[in-house]
Design a protein around this ligand. Sequence first.
Ligand SMILES: Nc1ncnc2c1ncn2[C@@H]1O[C@H](COP(=O)(O)OP(=O)(O)OP(=O)(O)O)[C@@H](O)[C@H]1O
Ligand SMILES: O=P(O)(O)OC[C@H]1O[C@H](OP(=O)(O)OP(=O)(O)O)[C@H](O)[C@@H]1O
Ligand SMILES: [Mg+2]
Length: 299
Amino acid sequence: MTEQKRLRIAIQKSGRLSDDSQALLKSCGMKINLRQQRLIAHSENMPVDLLRVRDDDIPGLVMDGVVDFGIVGENVLEEETMLRTAQNEPTDCDILKRLDFGDCRFSLAVAEEFDYTGPQCLANKRIATSYPGILKRYLDEQGVPFSTCMLAGSVEVATRAGLADAICDLVSTGATLEANGLKEVEVIYRSQAVLIKSKNKLSDEHQELLDRLLMRMQGTMEAKESKYIMLHAPKTHLDQIVDLLPGSEHPTVLALAGDEDKVALHVVSTENLFWETMEKLKTLGASSILVMPIEKMLR
Ligand SMILES: Nc1ncnc2c1ncn2[C@@H]1O[C@H](COP(=O)(O)OP(=O)(O)OP(=O)(O)O)[C@@H](O)[C@H]1O
Ligand SMILES: O=P(O)(O)OC[C@H]1O[C@H](OP(=O)(O)OP(=O)(O)O)[C@H](O)[C@@H]1O
Ligand SMILES: [Mg+2]
């Protein structure tokens, strides 16, 4: 394909990954003016266009080089790769980054009352799913013959509706399974959102923009996990207090005006600080403990 003047990124239009995908791009400093029903949104401050599509279409658009990048669940990428491989179609694309959202598992589930003892129980059963390739690969490996009931959505109602004997669908909290009288019996795939890139050649200018965006994404993801912690610590217990703070190898220690016994401790912690740790800090004499979110981070 000829080089585009603007980079194209495909994201899910409406669904589980939409808000997080948009938030990620915005956190990189990209200004996006989204209108509800528009398929294409132009960034105002970067040479980037967003294509908002069904998530199932994203891997194919990237593999065909119609767009340069996509944000999609690994499960959808895997399914499309298997389908295209079987049809001798191109599957070229690189996973540039695993993202910190869209975590879920693809699991087999059966009715609560089903006496499940292993995958062999599903021999010759009908299984409803939206991702038949991943399911087939797993059951073929187990040597279990079965038939598929292909459903694009509402998979969990398939057993109750008499469409299938079992289901294989995405699970996060398990609430949807429970609400439908199902129990999870095998996790067959784990997924998270990923940023993928086509084989399209990027101009130097676009490559530079990509490098910057990737660095900013990393900064946003690290910042989300980190906290800025400030507290007053008695000099007598300073070492023990520092030991309790995760990732605080190099704390800033400052004198406190009017207090010879305590110092102020400032730390960027790579993890959240739980109440239990805060209570232990207090027992060691720490006071005025503040835990603050960090918006951006560049190491
Ligand atoms: N419960 C969940 N928790 C976290 N991530 C999930 C969950 N369910 C799905 N996902 C991830 O988000 C992706 C999109 O899920 P969604 O349910 O919005 O898909 P969809 O109904 O196929 O949407 P579309 O209309 O775009 O085809 C999934 O492919 C998966 O990677
Ligand atoms: O284990 P849980 O936390 O209950 O999540 C699982 C549900 O989430 C997804 O659907 P989603 O809610 O995105 O809607 P959809 O069925 O319209 O795709 C998935 O398809 C399950 O139905
Ligand atoms: Mg879909």
